[in-house]
Design a protein. Structure first.
Length: 337
């Protein structure tokens, strides 16, 4: 793949309905997932699981990029092939999560994402390992008095500073301003927090001279809080999410790849499809799912080598369903085949 510019890399990742496999779970998070199927979270088990995902036939044509954790980008498969090569052999580009997690700010329980210290040196190493894009996640909570303007601005400024450094090192930055689903807030509360976050983010990106054509946005969808007694339907989520994006996201951004944020795998697909069926936007609207791509595969695997093909089929199915959703061609009946 001869992709020389930021614009070419960003455009390739989301071309033809392709999306992103988020396989950048930290070791503690991976441990929790493995606990749910009774598998010990060792370095070898984590490698075997991810190798299995990356070798799935459904990666080809459906997945344009894979976000990796620092441990994973350094690992080699059992046969000695670097995992990064397994990804590129499937026609996808390797990416890397580069933030260093959350630090508390204020007295409401809000956080700011850290990791700018030493980032330039780390980026240079990741470039040498073959990474083509990067990810940084900001976390915005809705609750009593939250989100505060201070929290939003601190996080969006950090995202913009990160994005500029990444582009200066020749990689595409993925900016992830996640408004959490956790809580009993309404869909309108989520809209307000998402609107404010996106407005601040693109102001900071512009002020930093970040090339929007070489950037990918990974936002939340505008949904009801997970504990809200009144859950918005698929069409309302699709329309409110699109309204929020159209109000804040420049048309020249090549791609928006949603996080699933705790939605079920089918619901995340249905919401994405509904938005693409509505249309009316210039960016590619696609997916960057972790659990919503991996949950069925993880459950099928159970840490047993004899289950590898069943697990790979589960991932391949979800990847294909989400590609169809990115093209506005998904239908619930396809899930029942």
């Amino acid at each position: 793949m001869s992709l020389n510019t930021l614009e070419e890399i960003a455009t390739y990742i989301v071309s033809n309905g392709k999306g992103i496999l988020a396989a950048d779970e930290s070791n503690p998070t991976c441990g929790k997932r493995f606990d749910s199927i009774g598998v010990e979270s060792t370095e070898d088990n984590r490698r075997d699981y991810r190798e299995m995902l990356f070798r799935s036939s459904g990666m080809k044509d459906n997945i344009g990029g894979v976000i990796l954790f620092d441990e994973t980008i350094r690992q080699v498969a059992k046969d000695g092939t670097p995992l990064v090569d397994l990804i590129t052999n499937q026609g996808a580009l390797p990416g890397i999560k580069v933030d260093k997690g959350l630090q508390p700010i204020g007295d409401l329980g809000e956080t700011v994402t850290v990791g700018l210290d030493g980032l330039d040196e780390r980026l240079k190493e990741y470039v040498s390992m073959g990474a083509k894009f990067t990810k940084w996640r900001a976390v915005i909570k809705i609750g009593d008095g939250m989100p505060t303007d201070e929290c939003i601005d601190a996080n969006m400024k950090a995202l913009a500073d990160y994005a500029k450094l990444v582009q200066d090192n020749g990689m595409v930055p993925m900016v992830e301003p996640e408004v959490l689903m956790d809580g009993n807030h309404s869909i309108d509360d989520c809209y307000k927090a998402s609107d404010k976050s996106l407005k601040s983010l693109f102001d900071h990106l512009k002020n930093n001279g970040v090339n929007i054509k070489g950037t990918i946005l990974k936002p939340n969808m505008v949904t009801s809080g997970s504990d809200c007694s009144s859950q918005a339907g698929i069409d309302e989520v699709a329309r409110k999410t699109l309204d929020c994006l159209l109000a804040n996201v420049p048309a020249e951004l090549p791609g928006i790849t949603f996080l699933s944020g705790g939605q079920s795998d089918i619901l995340a697909t249905a919401h994405l499809d509904a938005m693409n069926k509505i249309g009316g936007f210039q960016w590619k609207l696609s997916f960057s799912y972790g659990r919503a791509l991996q949950a069925a595969a993880l459950k099928a695997w159970m840490g047993k080598s004899e289950n590898i093909f069943i697990s790979q089929d589960a991932l391949s199915h979800r990847a294909k369903m989400n590609k169809l959703a990115s093209l506005g061609q998904w239908d619930q009946e396809l899930e029942d085949v």
